[in-house]
Design a binder for this molecule. Structure first.
Ligand SMILES: C[S@@+](CC[C@H](N)C(=O)[O-])C[C@H]1O[C@@H](n2cnc3c(N)ncnc32)[C@H](O)[C@@H]1O
Length: 427
């Protein structure tokens, strides 16, 4: 409706110093674009122009609100506790209506406001929609008096937990598992090269038992088969509960007599496995193949992401020090991959330096996804006495957060040779 429209405007001709210096009146927001919204996040999320576009559309929200640490950051990080509660509750509630039924929200926080945040979220989402709290790492702090706090939290809630897919993660993305898998492969390879296939195959069985004991795990026990070309795999039995039946698929030379009291997987399953080269026979019986490096696990709650990785991400872009507390790009990519499907919409309404924007661009580019991202960031000036202020002056951008955000994303796109596709809307 026309009377709801002219709240936002977007620029077309961004220049280096000011990104919303030229405005046109926007008619409609295309949520399949990458969009940056300039303004207070509550104001924006409550605006009908925004709401009509994004309502019930977002599958993944990541936010990294001010932790209320009273530190002298380039953005305001000091509120009274009740004030912070009120501030957060209104915003999380506003974002609730933007989420799909299967949508999830991930919220970074530390000890200062963890307890309050949990109460607020329980109230908005319901306790039963609490998915869990991830623990992430941060560099040791020297200024703590009693405990050296080396962790932060990411609190995770679903809009409707029943609609959320399992949080599966490749073991190769879990550093401790990945190291173990690589070590096992290397031990077996040495034996294979030295003593041949039969010896290596036997050695693998011994090693798997030993690793299970040493690492205190059980899942590895099934990965005790070696292929001729040295790959370690789990051979999964293809019988199923159900009525015994004969399998006869001449096109792939498969004939199986009925079992005593169990059925066989469907013909289409056998065909699919055969076509994908995932069918093996042991003593005349067929099994499906899952290679060790493809194994998955539920996402663990303790994660190996250090907050300083975020600082390194800016360094890699050549804009070291342009923001105080950037989160690691890989951490946000990790969370997005737990939840989002190929064409989903991602939202971050405390965008800061735009880490979530970069995470989405990287995923689209590297994994051939088609995600869209909406970033909301207040047009906050940078405090004069900070390093970030100096850095802005040094690289020639006006010291405010919107310029930092757009400069980071433009730099990333430029470095990776990706089109800078963000549209900027200002309230
Ligand atoms: C902790 S930082 C987020 C950092 C971000 N995750 C990153 O990796 O760069 C919080 C950001 O929220 C912004 N912010 C604070 N209040 C806001 C509000 N009401 N609306 C929009 N943005 C806000 C601050 O300016 C700051 O940039």
């Amino acid at each position: 409706m026309d009377n709801q429209v002219p709240h936002f405007q977007f620029n077309t001709t961004a220049n280096k110093n000011s990104i919303f210096d030229s405005f046109l009146t926007a008619k409609k927001i295309n949520i399949k674009n990458n969009n940056i919204f300039v303004g207070d996040n509550l104001d924006i999320m409550s605006d009908l122009f925004f709401l009509n576009a994004y309502k019930n559309s977002v599958s993944f929200i990541y936010i990294d609100p001010p932790y209320n640490t009273f530190n002298n950051f380039s953005y305001n990080d000091s509120m009274k506790s009740e004030e912070w509660n009120d501030f957060m509750e209104k915003r999380i509630l506003a974002s609730y209506s933007l989420m799909l039924e299967r949508g999830c929200i991930f919220i970074s926080i530390d000890d200062n406001e963890y307890a309050n945040l949990k109460i607020i979220c329980d109230k908005i989402f319901g306790k039963n929609n609490f998915i869990g709290t991830f623990i992430t790492k941060q560099s040791q702090r020297s200024n703590t008096k009693l405990i050296n706090v080396v962790h932060e939290y990411v609190v995770c809630y679903a809009k409707n937990i029943k609609k959320v897919n399992q949080f599966k993660i490749s073991r190769m993305d879990i550093p401790s598992d990945a190291n173990m898998i690589k070590k096992l492969y290397s031990d077996v390879k040495i034996c294979l090269e030295k003593n041949g296939y039969n010896a290596a195959s036997k050695y693998l069985k011994e090693l798997v038992k030993k690793y299970c004991e040493e690492y205190g795990i059980t899942w590895l026990i099934n990965y005790n088969n070696l292929s001729e070309d040295g790959k370690i795999y789990f051979a999964k039995d293809l019988s199923t509960p159900g009525n015994p039946r004969t399998v006869d698929i001449p096109s792939i030379g498969l004939h199986l007599e009925p079992l005593h009291s169990r059925g066989w997987s469907s013909d289409s399953k056998f065909l699919e496995l055969f076509n994908n080269n995932r069918l093996v026979y042991k003593d005349g019986r067929p099994y499906s193949v899952t290679y060790l490096e493809e194994s998955e696990d539920n996402a663990p709650s303790m994660l190996n992401f250090y907050s300083r990785f975020g600082t390194n991400d800016l360094k890699k872009l050549g804009i070291d020090g342009l923001f105080d507390t950037p989160k690691p790009v890989d951490m946000i990519k990790y969370f997005i991959r737990l939840v989002a499907k190929k064409d989903d919409i991602i939202l971050d309404y405390f965008a800061g330096s735009g880490t979530t924007g970069q995470a989405v661009l990287e995923l689209n580019n590297d994994l051939d996804l088609n995600l869209s991202v909406a970033l909301i960031q207040i047009d906050e000036e940078i405090c004069k006495k900070t390093k970030v202020y100096k850095k802005c002056i040094e690289i020639g951008i006006k010291p405010n957060l919107i310029n930092i955000l757009s400069h980071r994303l433009k730099t990333f796109c430029y470095n990776r040779n990706i089109d800078y596709s963000f549209k900027i809307y200002k309230k």
